[in-house]
Design a protein around this ligand. Structure first.
Ligand SMILES: *Cc1c(COP(=O)(O)O)cnc(C)c1O
Length: 477
């Protein structure tokens, strides 16, 4: 497909901006000397170009998208309506508080809703992503220990099944990472945990249910062990789909938590668009939160700087339109709706898991929560077909593949999480598609080594794309 620059023809215009009809004032702003290099096209051509691009991408609105750990959420169009209301999009982040009371009310109410959902006392909406929330939470933990003069706590404990951002965030926050192993059921190994904690433990980072889709039955014991050693407990709530409206990290013994609004609370993600990773904490950490947070005094909403705030983590107040989508989504569902979400997320994952269990090895057989992990280790030995080949084969079935090669502790992993709003017919179709591809690998492995055959792009060089991204148009000369 041609780029806009390649399609550009001299003299084609859109006239998006009407001619200026007021006197132009001379201002002392240095102007660029050369006109910018912009493609020249007619409106219709441009419209078709983006139409074509849209057809070549695959979103949860195009088909089944069981991306484990990343929760490809139901994204109702009503969220987009709310997020495009001019009274929200046309305000300035530095507008006086009294002129943007509606926006402040949205933030205040979402802070409170998320605090109830996570079992925390106070929230900040500032962090721009999950990893950013982790960093913020760890800074809270650090601020707490430092406020007590307890500076020998330099280590953060992370289970080996953790999302890669956990050790990375701990390291960014200046901590040394200590890994604890998983037990044979996929939970935290208590013996390993007891051996890891000590008076140098700043805290533990944990996802529950974890990235294997397993709810740790020892969760209260785990948080108790860490607290007894003087550490705090951080809950990675990027993906709350299995527990939202049913169980909350606050009741499991956690002191702070982040949630990904762009996973659990319905904002499209995957294309690198804006995210939001609000962080909640128990009251004893609230004074350290990044500023500002929104408070209500009488009938009015204000920004406030928590007393011992460790600073800011983002300009202004977070990604407001993502916050607005989450607010719309939560109000639309209500508490019963949220609980139905987690019920269906868990039901759908178990249904698909059971349908596939006779055809493929499960890393942890038995029940799962919102996601499950297959291991293609034996299958690959028998057929030569890898998890990557199967994922590519699924593309030809019209499905987005599940997450591959994660968590790292499972070999040839495929990790599937069906969206909670998929109906039984779609899940049956998906199970058949998986089984067709598994079977194809057994009879005609070559066709999977060369898959996909139906998509505009087959197997891009992912390493090259990451290491040497080519993202600027080369005008030559
Ligand atoms: C997605 C995810 C993260 C990171 O979130 P980002 O917004 O991508 O930074 C962290 N932990 C878990 C368990 C996740 O699934």
């Amino acid at each position: 497909m041609e780029l806009l620059f390649e399609r550009s023809r001299k003299g084609h215009h859109m006239d998006l901006f009407p001619p200026c009809d007021v006197a132009v004032r001379d201002m002392d702003i240095p102007l660029r000397q050369k006109a910018p290099h912009l493609p020249e096209l007619d409106e219709v051509e441009l419209d078709r170009h983006y139409g074509q691009l849209e057809k070549q991408t695959f979103g949860v609105n195009h088909g089944f998208y069981p991306l484990g750990s990343c929760t490809m959420k139901y994204n109702p169009a009503v969220n987009e309506e709310a997020a495009s209301l001019e009274s929200f999009t046309d305000i300035h982040p530095l507008a006086p508080e009294e002129s943007v009371q509606g926006a402040l009310e949205v933030m205040y109410r979402l802070q409170n809703l998320l605090a109830v959902i996570t079992g925390m006392d106070e929230m900040t909406l500032q962090p721009a992503a999950g990893a950013h929330g982790e960093y913020t939470g760890l800074r809270l933990i650090r601020a707490y220990h430092e406020s007590r003069g307890d500076t020998k706590r330099t280590k953060i404990i992370v289970p080996d099944s953790a999302h890669g951002t956990n050790p990375a965030s701990a390291s960014m926050a200046g901590y040394e990472v200590v890994h604890v192993p998983s037990n044979e059921k996929g939970g935290v190994d208590l013996v390993g945990l007891k051996a890891a904690v000590g008076d140098d433990t700043a805290g533990l980072m944990l996802t529950n249910p974890n990235t294997l889709g397993i709810f740790d039955p020892n969760i209260l014991e785990i948080t108790r062990i860490v607290h007894e050693a003087g550490g705090l407990c951080y809950y990675d709530g990027a993906n709350l789909n299995a527990v939202v409206g049913r169980a909350c990290p606050g009741d499991m013994g956690f002191d702070c938590v982040h949630v990904n609004l762009h996973k659990t609370f319905s904002t499209p993600h995957g294309g690198g668009g804006p995210g939001s990773g609000p962080v909640g904490c128990k009251a004893f950490l609230a004074d350290f939160l990044p500023h500002p947070i929104v408070v209500k005094e009488g009938e009015d909403y204000h920004f406030k700087r928590p007393e011992k705030s460790f600073g800011r983590v983002k300009m202004f107040y977070g990604n407001f339109l993502v916050i607005l989508r989450a607010f719309t989504y939560i109000l639309m569902l209500g508490s019963d709706g949220l609980a139905a979400t987690s019920a269906h997320a868990v039901l759908n994952a178990n249904y698909l898991m059971k349908k596939l269990a006779s055809q493929m090895d499960m890393a942890y057989p038995g029940g799962c929560m919102h996601e499950f992990v297959m291991t293609l280790e034996k299958y690959k030995k028998e057929t030569g077909v890898s998890a990557l080949d199967v994922a590519k084969g699924l593309l030809d079935e019209g499905m987005h593949p599940p997450t591959m090669y994660f968590p790292l502790i499972v070999h040839e992993a495929l990790m599937a999480e069906p969206t909670e709003t998929e109906n039984k017919e779609t899940l049956d179709w998906a199970a058949e598609a998986f089984i067709r591809v598994f079977e194809k690998g057994r009879v005609d492995p070559e066709s999977l080594h060369t898959a996909p055959h139906q998509t505009p792009i087959g197997r891009p060089d992912e390493v090259k794309a990451a290491r040497h991204p080519h993202i600027r148009y080369d005008f030559g000369g």
